[in-house]
Design a protein around this ligand. Structure first.
Ligand SMILES: Cc1ncc(COP(=O)(O)O)c(C=O)c1O
Length: 551
C-alpha cells in the first residue's frame, strides 16, 4: 500500500514553467544533448527490438475491440505521462496493433519498408523545422527545393543544360512544387490547367478571380470535363468537386484488354464532346503511368499527340510509376511522358520516402503563374517564397529528404529497387499460372498484378459457359476470394489487398487479389508461401458451400 502511494506520488506530474522549459532544447546546455540522444535511442532500439520479435503484419485483435480503449475525449489538465512513458506506450501498445508495413509479406499496398536513413532525414526535417512557405522561415531550404524540383523535372523532360541553368533558381519561373500527397499534386495540376484554359479575356478577369459561373459566361460554355481512363485514381473525382466543375464531369474512358486507355474510345469521346449540343470544354486529359489497381501504363505517346492536336492540357499521373524513369531497363515503359504538360510523382511511393510527399512538375516554367497568390506580410511579388505558387501554405521541407535520398541512392540505387519489383512481379505471375487453383487476372507491366482463386476446372467451365452460368460462377468466386483475403489478413502473417475489376466476362465486376511488389526483401519464396497460405485457407473454409470449386 505504502509502495503504491509512493509510486503515485513519484509519478504525479504537473505542468509548471520550470518543467515546461525543460521541453525546449537549450543548445548551450550539454545535458540537452544527452537527453536528445537518450530518447532517440529509446525510439530506435525499442522499435528495432519490437520488429525483431514481431515478424507478422499485425496482432490478431479486432478494430472494434481496440476502439474500446480509445473513447476518452477529455484533454487532461495535468500532464499524464513523461516522454519515456509515451515512447514506451507507443512501442508496446500502439506498434503491435499498427500495421507492420516493413514486412516482406506485406504486398498489398503502395506502402512498404523504407531505407533506414529516411527516418534520420525525417528527423532532421523536424529538428530544423523550416517552413518553406516563405524564405524568411527557410532561406537556403527553399533554394534547395527549387533545385530538387529541377532534378525531377529533368528526370522527366530531359531539357538541355541551358534550360535548367536558366530556371533552376529563377525567381520568376517555377518548374513545379512539393505538396503533401498525390491527391493534392494532381489537384494542383488540374487547378493550373483550369485557370490556363479559362484565362482572363475581354473584360473577364479569369476564373480564379471571378469564379465558374462568370467563366462559363465569358467563354460561352455550359460545362467543363476532365478525361481519364476507368482505372483513374478516385482523387481525380475529388478534384472535380473541389474545382467546381462537378465530379460527374470527370469522364471515364474505357480501357483495352491490357487495362490501358482505349485510344479509339478517347477519340470518340472528344468527337462527341465537340459535337454535343451542350457546349463543353476539356480541361485536361490524364494518362496514368501506373494505375493504382493494375499498375498498367496508358499509351502516353498517343494521348500526348491527341492533346497536342486538340490543344488540351495533358497530365500524366505518375504518382506510382514515375521513378521507373531511373531504370534503364524499364524506362521505356513510360515513353511519351515528356509530352505531358504536367506530371505527378509521389515521394512516399517509389522514392521510398516516409509519408507524405507529393510532387508536381510542369513543362512550361511560367504556367504556374495562373495560381500565384501574394500577401502583404509574406509572398510578396518578386520574392522566392514558395508559397506564392502552391496550394499549401505552411509545410515541411520534404525536399531535404528527397535530396538526401537521391544523393545516398543515386538513380542506379533506385533502379535496383524498381527492377527488383518488376522482375519479381513477373516471376510471381509465372508462379500463379503454374498453380491450378489460381487464375492470373492482370499481367504485370510495372510491379503490380492481380489474380484470384479460380481452380482450373472452373476456368474451363467459365470458358465454355453461357452468360448466366458465367455470372453465377463469378458470384460464387467473388464470395470465396473475399473470404480468403479477409481470413489471410486476419491471420496476420501476410497481407495481399483486394479490389474489384471488370474483365471482359460480361462486364461484371470480379473480386481479385492485388499484389504490389515494392519491398526489396520480398522474394519469390515468400510469394510462394503467400499462395500456399491462400490455398490452405481456400481448402479449409467452411460454410460457403463451395464443394464444386474444390474439385
Ligand atoms: C495513380 C495514383 N494517383 C494518385 C494517387 C493518390 O496518391 P495519395 O494517396 O498520395 O494522395 C494514387 C494513390 O495510390 C495513385 O495510385
Amino acid at each position: 500500500m505504502i509502495d503504491k502511494i509512493r509510486i503515485e506520488k513519484k509519478t504525479k506530474l504537473i505542468a509548471d514553467w520550470q518543467t515546461l522549459m525543460r521541453t525546449f532544447v537549450n543548445h548551450k546546455d550539454d545535458a540537452s544533448r544527452s537527453t536528445l540522444v537518450k530518447y532517440m535511442e529509446q525510439i530506435f532500439f525499442g522499435l528495432h527490438d519490437f520488429l525483431k520479435k514481431h515478424v507478422g503484419i499485425t496482432e490478431e485483435v479486432s478494430l472494434k475491440d481496440l476502439s474500446r480503449n480509445f473513447t476518452n475525449t477529455l484533454i487532461s489538465k495535468n500532464p499524464e505521462k513523461k516522454l519515456a512513458d509515451v515512447i514506451a506506450d507507443l512501442v508496446e501498445n500502439i506498434a503491435p496493433h499498427a500495421v507492420n508495413v516493413t514486412s516482406p509479406y506485406f504486398v498489398g499496398h503502395m506502402t512498404s519498408a523504407i531505407p533506414f536513413f529516411m527516418v534520420h532525414l525525417k528527423t532532421i526535417v523536424a529538428a530544423l523545422n523550416q517552413n518553406v512557405v516563405k524564405i524568411e522561415t527557410s532561406k537556403v531550404v527553399s533554394i534547395l527545393e527549387k533545385q530538387v524540383i529541377a532534378k525531377i523535372h529533368r528526370l522527366i523532360y530531359e531539357k538541355d543544360e541551358a534550360f535548367y541553368e536558366k530556371h533552376v533558381q529563377n525567381i520568376q519561373t517555377t518548374l513545379g512544387c512539393f505538396i503533401e500527397d498525390g491527391t493534392l499534386a494532381n489537384l494542383t495540376a488540374f487547378w493550373v490547367a483550369r485557370n490556363s484554359m479559362l484565362a482572363p479575356k475581354n473584360g473577364f478577369a479569369g476564373i480564379e478571380q471571378e469564379g465558374l459561373q462568370a467563366a462559363y459566361k465569358a467563354y460561352q460554355i455550359e460545362k467543363c470535363v476532365i478525361l481519364v481512363s476507368k482505372l483513374g485514381h478516385y482523387c481525380v473525382k475529388k478534384a472535380g468537386g473541389l474545382l467546381g466543375i462537378g465530379n460527374q464531369n470527370i469522364m471515364t474512358i474505357n480501357v483495352d484488354a491490357n487495362n490501358r486507355m482505349d485510344i479509339d474510345c478517347l477519340k470518340k469521346a472528344i468527337k462527341d464532346i465537340k459535337n454535343s449540343s451542350v457546349n463543353t470544354k476539356i480541361i485536361a486529359i490524364i494518362g496514368i503511368a501506373g494505375t493504382t489497381e493494375t499498375g498498367t501504363v496508358d499509351p502516353l505517346p498517343e494521348i500526348g499527340e491527341i492533346c497536342a492536336e486538340n490543344r488540351i492540357h495533358f497530365h500524366v499521373d505518375a504518382a506510382w510509376g514515375g521513378p521507373t524513369l531511373m531504370s534503364e531497363k524499364y524506362r521505356h515503359l513510360l515513353k511519351g511522358i515528356k509530352l505531358a504538360d504536367s506530371v505527378t510523382i509521389d515521394g512516399h511511393k517509389q522514392f521510398y520516402m516516409p509519408m507524405g510527399c507529393g510532387i508536381v512538375v510542369f513543362k512550361d516554367p511560367s504556367i504556374m503563374d495562373v495560381v500565384a497568390y501574394h500577401a502583404n506580410y509574406v509572398n510578396r511579388p518578386g520574392s522566392v517564397d514558395l508559397g506564392i505558387k502552391s496550394l499549401a501554405g505552411s509545410r515541411e521541407a520534404s525536399s531535404i529528404i528527397l535530396d538526401g535520398a537521391l544523393k545516398i541512392m543515386g538513380s542506379r540505387g533506385y533502379a535496383l529497387l524498381i527492377e527488383h519489383g518488376i522482375d519479381t512481379c513477373l516471376r510471381f505471375a509465372e508462379e500463379i499460372e503454374k498453380r491450378p487453383d489460381f487464375q492470373l487476372i492482370t499481367r504485370p507491366e510495372l510491379n503490380i498484378l492481380t489474380y484470384r482463386i479460380c481452380p482450373f476446372h472452373i476456368q474451363r467451365r467459365l470458358a465454355e459457359g453461357n452468360p448466366e452460368q458465367i455470372c453465377d460462377i463469378n458470384k460464387k468466386l467473388n464470395k470465396i476470394n473475399r473470404a480468403v483475403q479477409r481470413l489471410q489478413r486476419e491471420a496476420g502473417k501476410s497481407f495481399v489487398s483486394r479490389t474489384k475489376l471488370k474483365i471482359n466476362q460480361h462486364g461484371k465486376d470480379i473480386v481479385v487479389f492485388r499484389c504490389v511488389i515494392m519491398n526489396p526483401m520480398t522474394n519469390i519464396k515468400i510469394l510462394g508461401e503467400i499462395l500456399d497460405e491462400q490455398e490452405e485457407i481456400f481448402r479449409g473454409i467452411e460454410g460457403l458451400r463451395i464443394e464444386e470449386f474444390r474439385n
